[in-house]
Design a binder for this molecule. Sequence first.
Ligand code: NAD
Length: 343
Amino acid sequence: NKHQPTLLVTGGAGFIGSNFITYFMKKYPDKLLLNVDKLTYAGTKENLNEVENLKNYHFIHGDIADEQLIKAIFNDYNIDGVIHFAAESHVDRSIKDATEFVRSNVLGTMVLLQAARSDWVKKGVLTERRFHQISTDEVYGSLGETGKFNETTPYDPRNPYSASKASANMLAKSFGYTYEMNVVISSSSNNYGPRQHEEKLIPTIISKALSGESIPIYGDGKNIRDWLYVGDHCIALDQIYHRAAPQEIYNIGGNNEKTNIEIAEKICEILDEIEPDIKEKFSLTSFKDLITYTEDRLGHDRRYAVDDTKLRKDLGWDATEPLASGIRKTVEWYVNKWKLPTP
Ligand code: NAD
């Protein structure tokens, strides 16, 4: 094992990481992949049930900010690239307490960068091996009614989560410049799809609706996000990881700008159609009756939208999942999951 080239994925038990690993291992069945995840509240091994029995899938339960552990991993495996997803990811939690966000997102990224650099320098392969930093469009701040973020938009993070991600990106970028490490950064818009933690907008809407509870929507519901189906994100990451030039930065968008209320209504319409019995049980004319506006999130960014022309032009990627079918697949996935009898 020690000599077999291995891709190190961090945070692979979370939403995007687990979708990525499942996709990647199907596409590259011979590649050895090591997933390091702390299994915080947001990560679960259940997300990886499609790969956990493959012999080229390895899992280590650990913290990326644990320097000894990360150094040992580089020592024990022949890590030939890193795709770094691990992070605290929920804005609301960062507003309550930013400590873990700085520890995992900033310190954790630095530990990984230093361990990778020192191992790859020792082996004389620094410029060949890739460090792919996974980021978010939130680092660019908030937009008015028009315009889009592109790769040169200055960072302007507005909440502790996005500040920690912006810091991590800057560290990654600096390792690219200072040491000529082969770093790439991709910043994507809001992801949706199977395996997302229940605390996030779309799963929350579905779970509240299915249990007949009010569906909380922040403020006036008019905050706009550009929704990207997680499967399309995984394809983009594969392209970027394998083909981007060193130090490149790519935005990944969904080309699906929608207000939160539009998303909530769309989900309710699908549930009206596929779960008429539950609707009846709670005496609703539509699940939309459950939508309730709540006090706005502090510093709630109004609109995010990314321009990903560069990715489309350079690598020929395109988001292919239409929002309507992506949302439907997502709703069906959660309905199936939550309807399974509990053992
Ligand atoms: P998630 O919260 O679902 O998963 C994060 C995973 O990281 C979990 O499995 C968790 O256990 C693990 N983790 C957290 N801290 C760790 C640590 N210190 N050591 C090891 N593992 C740790 O998050 P997600 O939505 O899948 O996001 C993954 C990445 O993509 C993050 O870097 C996030 O900033 C970025 N991103 C997310 C979105 C989105 O819409 N979800 C959009 C753009 C970018």
